[in-house]
Design a protein around this ligand. Sequence first.
Ligand code: ADP
Ligand code: MG
Length: 269
Amino acid sequence: MTSRKTNSKSNKLESQSSYPVLESHLRCLKLPAMLSEYSQSARRCSADNASYEKYLEELTAIEVGKRESNAIARRIQAARLPAMKELADFNFAAVPSLNKAKVLELSKCSYIHSHTNVVLVGPPGVGKTHVAISLTLAACRSGLNARFFTAAGVVNTYREARETKTVLRLEASLARLDVIVIDELGYLPIDRAGAERLFGFFSQCYEQTSVIVTTNLPFAQWPATFAGDERMTGALLDRLTHRLEVLPISDSEESYRVQQGRKQRQKNS
Ligand code: ADP
Ligand code: MG
């Protein structure tokens, strides 16, 4: 009983700060990482015989680093990715027709600064969405704002904005983005109104925002997705392809999961 009492007393003493004024200043200046780290950092610097300036440098670096990682986490959250897919986990050897060098170059994000679009075209299951998500993560990590939509999702978002009379607000929020993914274009048929909304979307992005499209359809088949309207599709492709990197994946490529399943069965047998 007595020892428990002594323990709680010493815990209390430990949690009491030796520098309440410093802590209050750090709170007032909104420097939470410095607040939580200053004492450990001081011990470290003192053991290393570091100068006061070095201590201040270390402490401010901790705050700056924490702010940067918080900002990245916020941008990733705002991108509303359906899953976290890293390029480091992508097995390029499984999709030899995908241009690995180009994907790695795109992951450096300079295409976004020139408002270049990207189209990943190929059969299902070959990693188009995985690569699009990885490129979105790379953008978020390099300080850019991104948003992931499915083609059906962006059409619905526009429809809802129309119904709630918030189209201007939606367009303003899209205009703040640097890169937008439109996943699975061509998987579901889109009616005339939906096609017009998609067309409006691509027009808004033209030379303002990079768009990454994933699709199973070669360009020649895009009119079918846009309610059979050749003229509208032509105008859309004109804008999209003005600055474009196409990443084709061969139709002969097998779905990654099917490949993995077959390898697993071979291992088991
Ligand atoms: P697609 O969009 O082309 O239909 P996905 O990107 O959705 O294909 O891939 C399906 C699943 O297989 C995902 O879980 C993805 O992470 C995984 N996958 C696909 N290709 C690869 C690859 N080359 N290396 C690692 N995982 C892959
Ligand atoms: Mg996909």
